[in-house]
Write a protein that binds this ligand. Structure first.
Ligand code: FE
Length: 207
């Protein structure tokens, strides 16, 4: 890094305690900031967005709305990008969104076999296991085994369809609405929708 002396890094002693990836990230951010390529405030705003504003709560609200409103559900299945945008969720990696409805007959499981394509606008950033080589390979080869690892046992007559995300298509799974939820409003329903249920590695919670 030579002559670059990043600002705000007087605490050099801390560096030894950083993991390698964090140290690399910090070094990269320092260089980009020092050279004027990135504005630290803009970077903080971006990180805050993905940590606090964009996340699976957005997707949960979409699912709850689809459970309650048949017209919204139809729109979501027809054009998920537009339906989700109507609720105010759009932005990077939310384009070309496709909603997949789980039923008694068919369960969808989403994977990105190539890398880690994921619908950021509705689910936030992907969990570490979603990016793991083990999940990516085994979801295709042995989806029922993967579901068992996640504690999900489906009846043998339920077909499991594995959907491979790409840069062109991101999937949002609409889990089955749990029994005993007839009187619940949208917020109460959304609280039952887990991140994993929208990837297909889980089911919605029973109240
Ligand atoms: Fe990918």
């Amino acid at each position: 890094m030579g002559e670059i002396d990043p600002p705000g890094h007087a605490d050099h002693d801390d560096h030894s305690e950083l993991g390698e990836m964090e140290a690399r990230t910090r070094a990269l951010e320092s260089i980009l900031t020092a050279k004027g390529y990135v504005d630290p405030a803009a970077l903080d705003a971006l990180i805050d967005t993905y940590e606090t504003q964009v996340g699976p709560r957005n997707g949960a609200r979409v699912v709850a709305r689809a459970w309650l409103d048949p017209r919204f559900r139809a729109w979501l299945l027809e054009d998920a990008t537009a339906a989700v945008a109507a609720l105010g969720y759009h932005g990077r990696q939310g384009e070309h969104l496709v909603a997949l409805e789980n039923t008694a007959a068919r369960h969808h499981l989403v994977v990105c076999t190539l890398c880690s394509c994921y619908p950021w606008s509705v689910l936030g950033l992907p969990p570490a296991w979603y990016k793991s080589a083990a999940y990516r390979a085994r979801a295709v080869r042995d989806p029922r085994g993967v579901l068992a690892d996640f504690g999900v046992a489906l009846p043998p007559e339920t077909e499991i369809r594995v959907c491979d995300s790409t840069a062109e298509i991101r999937y949002l799974v609409i889990p089955r609405r749990p029994p005993g939820t007839e009187g619940l409003d949208e917020a109460a329903l959304a609280a039952l929708v887990t991140r994993d249920s929208m990837i297909g590695t889980g089911l919605a919670r029973v109240p």
